[in-house]
Design a protein around this ligand. Structure first.
Ligand SMILES: [Zn+2]
Length: 73
């Protein structure tokens, strides 16, 4: 299978805020050259940063969700 744009595929992979299920955006900080995810809802404070790749940010987002569910269930 040909995958000319893995990044675009990753971005559609279901980035959801672990706290409120709003879509979360992943951006790259040009200064530190790290990636961060951030909830699109202005009232929600969920965020993660300092990841060396988009993939790591995605994994961290999933771990964040699992940790949250373990604590509050
Ligand atoms: Zn949120």
């Amino acid at each position: 299978m040909d995958r000319p744009s893995a990044d675009a595929g990753d971005m559609r992979w279901g980035w959801r805020c672990p706290l409120c299920e709003t879509d979360a955006s992943v951006t790259r900080d040009p200064h530190s050259e790290t990636f961060r995810w951030e909830c699109d809802d202005d009232d929600c404070e969920a965020t993660g940063f300092g990841f060396t790749s988009r993939r790591r940010a995605r994994l961290a987002l999933r771990e964040y969700r699992e940790r949250y569910e373990n604590i509050y269930r």
